[in-house]
Design a protein around this ligand. Structure first.
Ligand code: CA
Length: 231
């Protein structure tokens, strides 16, 4: 499997050096030179890993990381300048998988990239990340079903994006709450049911009979495509 890296770095020399290096190491490489471009490229191409500089024009690396993490678990390695210790900590808190301080050796960064990829791809059988007919546009916060854009609230969008990222995997109400709010909202687990019911209604209205959010009794919810053996 060829892994695709998204390298986000505004300093052209470092960026070019990394591109050359990682291409020679057998990766497919995408680049972005500012935070906005990074998010566009991320949502469009779905790279396997992001190398993300912190100091960037338009949107900082932290903002980009936050946005990525609100949506999925793609591994992110942050690049920090010397003296950005606080940013480093914040980056890890926000869910970065690792960081490298500049200046660094490309060889060391490669070792980190491979380690993080190994960890994230962990030998387990990979569930297909996309259900046919369902398209999630993270940047626009839009989900379309059979080419029809669903009219979703922010919470509904987050729930469906989460479930569709892991088709067939059961999420408890608490897990869904934690993933969409980043915190535990005890006592409000049942509000998820309302959101799920609204989602089902909207998905059915879009005319799809095959892609369904199933209730797993006593556990939670999962998304599956009927007739798909993986789900
Ligand atoms: Ca920079």
């Amino acid at each position: 499997m060829i892994n695709t890296l998204l390298i986000v770095e505004d300093e052209v020399q470092i960026r070019n050096m990394l591109v050359k290096h990682f291409e020679a190491e057998g990766f497919r490489v995408l680049t972005a030179s500012d935070g906005q471009e990074a998010l566009e490229s991320f949502t469009r191409f779905g790279p396997n890993l992001v190398i993300l500089d912190i100091m960037l024009p338009l949107l900082s690396g932290m903002e980009v990381l936050k946005k990525i993490r609100s949506l999925d678990n793609t591994p992110v390695i942050m690049l920090t300048a010397r003296g950005e210790e606080i940013d480093k900590l914040l980056g890890l808190e926000l869910g970065a998988d690792d960081y490298m301080s500049k200046p660094f050796s490309p060889r060391e960064l490669t070792a980190r990239v491979r380690a993080v990829l190994r960890r994230s791809q962990g030998g387990e059988e990979r569930i297909p990340s996309m259900i046919r007919g369902l398209k999630v546009d993270l940047l626009r916060q839009e989900i379309s079903l059979n080419n029809e854009v669903l009219n979703l609230t922010t919470t509904e969008f987050k729930i469906l994006a989460l479930l569709s990222e892991h088709p067939g995997q059961v999420f408890s109400r608490l897990q869904i709450l934690e993933r969409i709010y980043g915190d535990i909202y005890e006592g409000y687990e049942r509000t998820i049911d309302t959101h799920i019911n609204n989602l089902r209604r909207k998905m059915e209205a879009a005319g799809d009979q095959e892609i369904k959010i199933k209730t797993v009794y006593g556990t939670g919810y999962k998304l599956l495509e009927e007739g798909n053996s993986h789900a």
